[in-house]
Design a protein around this ligand. Structure first.
Ligand SMILES: Nc1ncnc2c1ncn2[C@@H]1O[C@H](COP(=O)(O)OP(=O)(O)OP(=O)(O)O)[C@@H](O)[C@H]1O
Ligand SMILES: [Mg+2]
Length: 250
């Protein structure tokens, strides 16, 4: 479970997070929405320990990670699988090396064992026989799958998706959505999703939160969203129904 309490984070004079409260329950898929620049990525980076907050607490399964030393934080970070916007694969490594990266770095598994795990995990995301390829040889949708395989290979407890479907065509989007749903069922994992594509987000998530002005001004399930009377949230939902903002991958 992820519990964020009274979280503040500024960059110089600019206050980005101004007292965030948020709870992501074990095993659920949780959606975080908000306008561009609202602070979604900054919040995610605090949760995975890439940024330190100015004040407040973030507890991951009961451990307040804001109090940990960098060494301990590094270990906690291995509980997270990260799927970044644009896939963020290592261009100079093969798909096998990309997907096996964390096992090679953080375990003493032998090369053959890692190779076997890589092949199994690629099969899990619907990819076969591409171990020797390089990222530039794959389509955007395939790269997303590889990024998801790389994130799930070391059995993380929590998966973080920042814009998992941005920049790919609608058919590939549907496939990635089914894949995320399927993985969620199979691995019984807790997922936190940030996406501009509200339709995708609502398909995936059971509960959601809306970040505005540095605070979470709505947290609840989809039923609560439908009956919300908060004008700011209604405006946001209206703005999103015109279609997702497409940030094409370059
Ligand atoms: N390292 C940093 N240094 C200074 N300012 C930063 C830094 N990271 C983020 N910011 C600022 O924090 C604010 C929130 O940024 P963030 O990337 O979290 O937005 P976001 O909600 O993820 O937006 P988007 O939907 O466009 O990805 C922005 O004004 C950004 O300029
Ligand atoms: Mg962002």
């Amino acid at each position: 479970m992820i519990k964020v309490r009274n979280l503040y984070r500024s960059f110089g004079e600019k206050q980005v997070l101004k007292g965030i409260n948020l709870t992501v329950n074990k095993g659920e898929t949780f959606l975080l929405i908000g306008r561009s620049g609202a602070g979604k990525s900054v919040l995610l980076k605090n949760i995975i320990g890439l940024l330190r907050p100015d004040s407040g607490t973030i507890s991951i399964d009961g451990v307040d990670i804001t109090q940990l030393t960098n060494d301990k934080l590094e270990r906690i970070r291995l509980q997270f699988g990260l799927v970044f916007q644009g896939s963020a694969l290592f261009d100079f490594l093969t798909i096998e090396e990309n997907v096996g990266f964390f096992l090679t770095r953080h375990t003493s598994l032998r090369k053959e064992e890692i190779r076997k795990r890589v092949t199994e995990t690629l099969a899990l995301v619907g990819l076969k026989g591409i171990e020797g390829s390089y990222p530039y040889e794959l389509s955007g949708g395939m790269r997303k799958r590889v990024a998801i395989a790389r994130a799930v290979i070391y059995n993380p407890k929590i998966l973080i998706y920042d814009e998992p479907t941005t920049g790919i065509d609608p058919i590939a989007v549907d496939k990635i959505v089914s894949l995320i749903e399927d993985l969620h069922k199979r691995l019984a994992i807790t997922s936190l999703v940030v996406t501009h594509d509200l339709e995708v987000g609502l398909k995936l998530a059971e509960r959601l939160a809306f970040l505005l002005g540095g605070k979470i001004i709505f947290e609840g399930d989809k039923k609560a969203l439908e009956s919300t009377t908060d004008e700011r949230l209604i405006q946001f939902l209206k703005g999103s129904s015109g279609g997702p903002i497409k940030e094409m991958e370059v």
